[in-house]
Design a protein around this ligand. Sequence first.
Ligand SMILES: NC(=O)c1ccc[n+]([C@@H]2O[C@H](COP(=O)([O-])OP(=O)(O)OC[C@H]3O[C@@H](n4cnc5c(N)ncnc54)[C@H](O)[C@@H]3O)[C@@H](O)[C@H]2O)c1
Length: 368
Amino acid sequence: MPKPAANVALIGCGRISGHHARALAVVPGARLIAVCDLVEDKARAYGAEFSVPFHTDYREMLARHPEIDTVAVITPSGMHFEHGMEMLEAWGKSVIMEKPTFMRPEQLDAACDRASELGLHLFPVFQNRYNKAVARVKRAIDSGELGAVRIVSVRTRWCRPQRYYELAPWRGTFAMDGGCLTNQGIHHVDLLRYLGGEVERVNATMRTLGADIEVEDTVVATFTYAGGQVGSLEVTTAARPDDFEASISLVCANGLARIGGIAVNELLEFTPDPAACAECCEDFSRSVYGNGHAKMYRDIVAFLTDGTPYPVSRADCLSTIKLLHAFYRSDEAGGWVDVDSPAQSARLGRPDEALADLYRTPCPDSDR
Ligand SMILES: NC(=O)c1ccc[n+]([C@@H]2O[C@H](COP(=O)([O-])OP(=O)(O)OC[C@H]3O[C@@H](n4cnc5c(N)ncnc54)[C@H](O)[C@@H]3O)[C@@H](O)[C@H]2O)c1
């Protein structure tokens, strides 16, 4: 049997990790080698379900399984930088980084610089780009079928009650999670520039309306693109009693594209080719996380096998993280801000050593 292009280990066996493990079971050229979680029961359950060894200490896992060449970092978002850098620098592993990739733009730069110095790779996860509806609209924009984009509108109305934030200490914190825009809305922040173009200026208002947390659970914003187009965004996890929609629509010179469903998974209107609507609807009723992880692993294998460019480049990812930050900076400034600015949000991704300590793998000589 040929050697797999990617021998993958998972760090973090939480809510999203099953999508990685299931994808790895079906993608030729990628193989799950081992899993790890600080919580032994979680690691054991994943190990049993996917018939691989489990560990609670990723250092022990990496030492025991030297064939691992790629690590999927699926830990709390505020730990991605620390865990990712250790994988690159101390272990020489390429990294698959769950969204939002990193909490701050300079972390992406530092990790990408280090990866390229070491001849390693960093693969950001934005799996909603693979949704059939999103892919069809992207093709229509790139080919000119839809014509120039004029207005982009994002609307995400999901329900995350207090008990969701109480699932783990990292949730609902600026250091480790960010609010509805960083956790749930990052996919739509990414899509509004993936489909609409680069955003130049943002004016956002954030509120916490439905839960007792320090981060926002509601954002409304307007924004302007470098090309003159305009947009609006409403993202909330304060909708009750259920998740209702995650939508993006684009008014373009040659027609309208409206993507909706629970997680941008249904092409609801597409005037250049109305028949495409039926073909580009996917059933996400089993999971809002969709079907994109397997397609992402296929792209990782293609990149590692024959150099086919991975679809999320460093520049692409950096623009999404800078845009994410601009929404927070605007709320902090109380008005319009430029996206392309070295300024940083004072809140998103701020250090919190006590929280970080909860998610650090103890060193053998520490007394924890
Ligand atoms: N792509 C998507 O749509 C999507 C969806 C959900 C979550 N995510 C991202 O995935 C990440 C995890 O989210 P989740 O909802 O699965 O969280 P979770 O809390 O359910 O799981 C995180 C797991 O990481 C483990 N962990 C933390 N530090 C560790 C360490 N040092 N070693 C081993 N395990 C460690 C925790 O014990 C926990 O089980 C977040 O960054 C989140 O933004 C992405």
